[in-house]
Design a protein around this ligand. Structure first.
Ligand code: SAH
Ligand code: SF4
Ligand code: F3S
Length: 474
């Protein structure tokens, strides 16, 4: 079903709160039947924005009476919040759906919902309708705020419910959110993307760029801080173009300055910056700030001008390098991380050498390297000169080695220094250690007590282990 809407936000959130009450009635019936609280499991497959959406879904589910579990096999309701940026994300979903089908045959009252970016693709919906009939509810990226209403429909019907919107100009706030971490939170500052990089499906599944009203962003962060949050991550596909389409335009740098004023907030991060829109004003604001972390994620994607142009990235290798120079000379202690794609149509090993050259010159603190994945409907998918697996492998392996070597060298430079870390969680391998995150986004493990989670402490980075440190509180 396709719907277009321009309903008033506040009216919509009030309506959804009514549906939450109604849905709570059904969940309460279920509790009586089961003789215990019904359990829900929300599984996140995608990026930080996808994870933030999961927190919103879980907020609604716990509000109406579900108890959250990480174990799908224990759940009475499972939601897969999907990603479609690369094909392997899709394959993971199909694989795990087979497992859910098994669970459902043993536990017929199990309800299964699919949402997120993958559901915005018509071909996916057709496939699920045909081969995954046991799915109860499907919705997309534009209408997650409607979960309670959709659940009511699901409880009142037997057949598969599908509600996918192609677009929306609606931003619905003021609904419950269940945060994964008490001390840090993502905050959406914008939705969608207008950049149409030629390989990327995100603009098609997330719609056009929409910035949130700065007052609402500030209000949300103030509330988070009152609730114990010390670090926020401002989220958008291209935060550097924040505010351009607001009634009263505002730059991202201006927004950051306002966020900086919030008392009690200790750290500010943001994701993702597009190199073409990164302004001098932003560099200046970061340089002066006490709260903005010394980390910039600046996706490069490729180093060859020919490939950058075919990717529609709208910068050249030289422009990228001079931007990095400018940033590093203004903020010498900044960590720069990146995303790189290998195997874009037409890319030769010579082109990959250009990428490797950028990696050597910039000395990225970390880089996520991806093999190009053909996404149906994007301009690159129709390009004829797709690269053979063998050539992709060769370029990828060489790039990865350079990325790892330079990241190790960068990390080693900080050994012996003392830096501030936010205590995040108990170390997975050794429960006598806590894991902290430095301003530059690196992790350090050190002896400490669980009661320190959420606090900022000074830690000596005693030993560098390549991509993380061990140390002690000073
Ligand atoms: N808006 C962000 C990126 C979102 S997607 C930005 O512009 O940086 C995260 C990363 O996935 C991208 O940076 C890119 O490196 C990678 N990616 C996107 N589409 C891809 C594709 N078709 N194949 C392989 N990697 C892809
Ligand atoms: Fe995709 Fe480019 Fe938009 Fe990032 S900026 S989400 S890579 S289209
Ligand atoms: Fe994120 Fe994947 Fe969607 S990267 S925006 S969840 S396609």
């Amino acid at each position: 079903m396709t719907q277009y809407t321009s309903t008033n936000d506040e009216r919509e959130s009030a309506l959804q709160r009514e549906y939450m009450q109604k849905a709570a009635g059904y969940v309460s019936d279920l509790r009586e039947n089961l003789g215990r609280s019904p359990r829900c499991c929300v599984v996140t497959f995608g990026c930080q924005m996808n994870a933030r959406d999961s927190e919103k879904l879980l907020g609604i589910l716990t509000q109406i009476g579900y108890v959250s579990t990480d174990k799908e096999e224990e759940a009475d309701f499972v939601i897969y919040n999907t990603c479609t940026v690369r094909d392997n994300a899709n394959q993971r979903v199909y694989g795990r759906l087979g497992f859910l089908n098994n669970l459902k045959s043993k536990k017929p009252h199990l309800k299964i919902a699919l949402c997120g970016c993958m559901m915005q693709e018509q071909s996916v919906i057709e496939k699920i309708k045909k081969s995954y009939r046991f799915v109860d509810l499907i919705f997309g990226t534009h209408n997650i705020f409607k979960l309670a209403q959709l659940l009511v429909t699901m409880f009142e019907n037997q057949e598969m419910i599908i509600d996918i919107w192609q677009e929306t100009d609606q931003i619905v706030e003021e609904l419950p959110v269940s945060r994964k971490y008490p001390y840090k939170s993502g905050v959406n500052i914008m939705f969608g993307c207008n950049n149409f990089c030629s390989y990327c499906i995100v603009p098609y599944v997330r719609g056009r760029e929409r910035s949130r009203d700065p007052k609402e962003i500030i209000r949300e962060i103030e509330r988070l801080v009152a609730d114990g949050v010390v670090e926020v991550m401002l989220l958008g596909q291209n935060v550097n173009s924040y505010g351009m389409n607001l009634d009263v335009p505002m730059s991202f740098a201006q927004l950051l300055q306002e966020v900086e004023q919030i008392d009690g907030l200790k750290r500010i991060r943001f994701m993702t910056s597009h190199p073409k829109d990164l302004s001098d004003e932003l560099i200046e604001v970061m340089k002066k700030s006490d709260k903005i972390c010394r980390h910039l994620h600046l996706p490069l994607q490729a180093g060859s001008d020919r490939i950058l142009s075919a990717m529609n990235r709208r910068y050249t290798k030289a422009q990228y390098l001079s931007l990095v120079d400018k940033i590093k000379s203004a903020i010498p202690d900044i960590a720069i991380t990146t995303d790189i794609i290998v195997g874009f149509p037409g890319e030769t090993l010579q082109d990959v050498e250009e990428t490797i050259d950028v990696v050597r010159r910039v000395q990225f603190d970390n880089a996520f390297t991806f093999i190009y994945s053909k996404r149906t409907g994007t301009p690159a998918a129709a390009m004829e000169n797709q690269v053979s697996d063998a050539v992709v492998r060769e370029g990828f392996d060489k790039l990865l080695k350079t990325v790892q070597d330079t990241a190790r060298e960068r990390a080693a430079l900080l050994q012996g220094q003392t830096m501030e870390a936010l205590v995040e969680e108990v170390n997975e391998q050794d429960s006598s250690l806590m894991t902290g995150r430095l301003s530059n986004n690196m992790l350090v493990h050190f002896p400490a007590d669980q009661s320190m989670i959420g606090q900022l402490v000074d830690v000596s980075l005693d030993v560098c282990h390549g991509f993380y440190y061990t140390g002690h509180i000073v």
